[in-house]
Design a protein around this ligand. Sequence first.
Ligand code: FE
Length: 135
Amino acid sequence: MNEKIEKSDREWRDTLTPEQYRITRQKGTEPAFTGKYADHHADGVYNCVCCGAPLFDSKDKYDSGSGWPSFTRPIDGGRVDSGADLSHGMRRTEVTCAACDAHLGHVFDDGPGPEGARFCINSAALEFDTGEIGE
Ligand code: FE
């Protein structure tokens, strides 16, 4: 049912900016406090920059002080995958878009919500949408 969106490396390079490509397709990280959504507080939905899938809701966004957009949970019905990431000598949990495998960021267990999760996401992996007609 939920078909994967698969594109060639060439296609991703053609549709993404170099920074978006580096982060989402090469598991990169933007420097803290530099991303366009780190200090962004409008109401709306954050979609996957690669495939447009809705991933996070602004109501779950909070200021973690980390310098990256931070969320307590994925959006209702959203499809965010996670898996072990042992790169860079750390034991972390990587977060990806389930639809297209875009690298989004990592999830940590020091969040403020009841689930205790802190989704630490790169702005460059997201495209904000207010959901208003004409936007
Ligand atoms: Fe995606």
